[in-house]
Design a protein around this ligand. Sequence first.
Ligand code: F6R
Length: 237
Amino acid sequence: MRIIKVKNYEEMSRKAANIIAAEISLNPRTVLGLATGSTPIGTYERLVELCNTGDIDFSQVTTINLDEYYGLEPTHEQSYRYFMDKHLLKKININLENTHVPNGKAPDIEAECKRYDDLIQKAGGIDLQLLGIGHNGHIGFNEPSDEFIMDTHCVTLKESTINANSRFFNNIDEVPKKALTMGIKPIMQARRVLLIASGDDKKEILKKALSGPVTPSVPASILQLHKDLIVVTPLDI
Ligand code: F6R
């Protein structure tokens, strides 16, 4: 594990974007695993800038997002598809057909989970997976549990996650109670994982995830076993 200590959120975002840019320069056909939430917004802003200046070419890149709320249309302003289009995908020179987010409105959720796992496999797995971390240690929407769930699945969100994410909705009742999430396997099989975290409210959980016991009650703790984990954070951990 490499921990890159930075001064603040802005530096974290620049460093993370530069790591992603370097990956794409070396491999124009990179398969990028992407996250949503407030943490990566600065990274996406920087990636858009680097694309505008011609420093990154996304034309052959594939993106595979971690998760999506169950029951939200892709056009819903709080859907993760909408988030990704708004913050990154519609602002760069990527072929939108090569960008993937689970379909939270799929009529057959089991089939959708299987389709997503097949898609990851057909893409040859993920080259670089960008991750944030939830206050309860979740990665994607892999919530604390008795076991690590390997494949894409539909998860009932924990109350703490619903509370945390209610800041994006008009009221807490609008927050979906379920989500589809990539499982632990493709994250751990990603050739490189880039974890970003900032804000004092993330300090304890980040410490626990990176130096506490590896346990499904803190899903991010599994990352300690990843062979190429880069953590970029301004937090003293
Ligand atoms: C969402 C995702 C989540 C977030 C986590 C932190 O795609 O992967 O695991 O990274 O909930 O969210 P923020 O960045 O909003 O604190």
